[in-house]
Write a protein that binds this ligand. Sequence first.
Ligand code: SF4
Length: 111
Amino acid sequence: MNVESRKKALRFMFQKVVDPLGYKFSPDEETVDFLLEQEVLLEQKHGIPFCPCQGLTRKREENMKIVCPCIPFHREHFDAIKRCWCLLFVTKDVTNPDELKQIPFGEIKRG
Ligand code: SF4
């Protein structure tokens, strides 16, 4: 399957996963397209569509927490910032993703 076809397939599958969680794809189509492309490339390399903006470790258990969409593993964090870490997904009420800051979970808990 070529990159464009796989991007479409991932988009279709991810939509079904994130919708019941209260998320949608970011309205920033350019970012979405770029991130999906990176995921397809990661999938071609590793066999799994890992997160394009979180680094892989040597621990499989940790890596499985950054398989896209990783929202269930980071629910408290992402719900608080209304976006996933990469900004591929936002909560359904978001209309302007540019207003959302990428705040580390530790800072939210301290704040
Ligand atoms: S941060 Fe976003 S793009 Fe990255 S794996 Fe999680 S849901 Fe996917």
